[in-house]
Design a protein around this ligand. Structure first.
Ligand SMILES: Nc1ncnc2c1ncn2[C@@H]1O[C@H](COP(=O)(O)OP(=O)(O)OP(=O)(O)O)[C@@H](O)[C@H]1O
Ligand SMILES: [Mg+2]
Length: 320
């Protein structure tokens, strides 16, 4: 049984305001299917505004999908009542990009990390403190930090505190929404390595949401590429990113900064901002940017085709 199954999930935002009598509707997530197996990391990549966080919030139960189901540990998370959701939430945690607003500036580290422990476990104050000290050590912080406040930490250290809070109850799945994006490159590497070692140590599963395809390929066992609300490619064990096949994935790769300018690779900056409101109602979402678009791409939404074991793409031009 898969740990998490996202089945045909769609999420639409409707604005309260009307412009020229028309309501603004944003189809942030469209008919998404995803699976996360226990002990694995699924990387979700795509440019800003493509719907990654919306999908993450639907999985976390923070948003209700307009269509589709989220099955977590065999139970329909969206349809669970308060009591059952409370139980499931213990196994489903989150780390956000914005570590400083994820913690209460008036609380010290002990109070921040012990919050989920107090909500779920009935421990004595001494046992609770022992657990927090243990967690600080696990995430690479000093036990003397326990009485400090958020403003006394660097960004990387604060993110470690958020990770300690997320693993406090030994959850099954952690949604990491741009968890390293606000950190500098060397700290990003440290946090990625910490996440990898925690995954092994506690048999955790991750949904690692990022716009950084290189970071995703480093940490993830499977990569899903998202474009304007839809998943367009999914691949397993991608260590060589050149193996990605969808025209959008290739474009994403071409826009990654190359640390070896002598190789003569230039950054592809031809990406113009495409608003999600420009989504195509029929046909392929990527059509406006695709250099290989054919007649059929205007008429039919591409379905997934397998191109290799564990590797599928949704593209009519596959094989061209
Ligand atoms: N609460 C909201 N109300 C209306 N529209 C929203 C809301 N939240 C997000 N959107 C819209 O939904 C689309 C997807 O947003 P989302 O935040 O999921 O993208 P994202 O891929 O996480 O972007 P980023 O990489 O910048 O975090 C965007 O067009 C955004 O403007
Ligand atoms: Mg986001």
């Amino acid at each position: 049984m898969s740990l998490l199954k996202v089945e045909n999930v769609s999420k639409v935002y409707k604005s309260d305001r009307f412009l020229w009598g028309q309501q603004r509707i944003t189809e942030a997530v469209k008919n998404v299917d995803l699976i996360i197996e226990e002990g694995t990391c699924l990387g979700l990549v795509g440019e800003s505004g493509c719907g990654k966080s919306t999908l993450g919030k639907v999985i976390l139960g923070l948003l209700k999908p307009n269509e589709g189901e989220v099955i977590f540990q065999g139970k329909n998370f969206c349809k669970s009542n308060g009591r059952r959701q409370y139980g499931l939430r213990r196994d489903l945690q989150v780390v956000f990009q914005d570590y400083s607003s994820s913690v209460n500036p008036k609380h010290n580290v002990e109070k921040i990390i012990s919050e989920p422990i107090r909500n779920y476990l009935k421990l004595s104050p001494l046992e609770e403190k022992k657990k927090v000290l243990e967690l600080l050590e696990i995430v690479g912080l000093n036990q003397n930090d326990i009485k400090k406040y958020p403003h006394q930490f660097s960004g990387g250290q604060l993110q470690r505190i958020c990770i300690a809070k997320a693993i406090a109850l030994k959850p099954k799945l952690i949604v990491l929404d741009e968890a390293i994006s606000s950190l500098d490159v060397s700290v990003q590497a440290q946090i990625l390595n910490l996440l990898l070692s925690l995954k092994e140590q506690f048999h955790l599963s991750y949904l690692f949401i990022s716009h950084d395809i290189e970071a995703v390929s480093y940490i993830a066992d499977r990569v899903a590429i998202m474009y304007l609300g839809r998943i367009v490619e999914e691949a397993e064990n991608i260590k060589n990113l050149e193996e990605l096949k969808h025209p959008y994935s290739k474009k994403l790769l071409a826009s990654v900064l190359n640390p070896y300018p002598e190789e003569g690779k230039f950054l592809d900056s031809s990406f113009d901002e495409v608003s999600i409101s420009k989504q195509i109602s029929c046909g392929c979402n990527y059509i406006e940017r695709c250099e290989k678009a054919m007649e059929i791409c205007h008429q039919q939404v591409p379905t997934f085709n397998s191109v290799a074991e564990g590797h599928k793409i949704a593209c009519h031009c596959e094989g061209i």
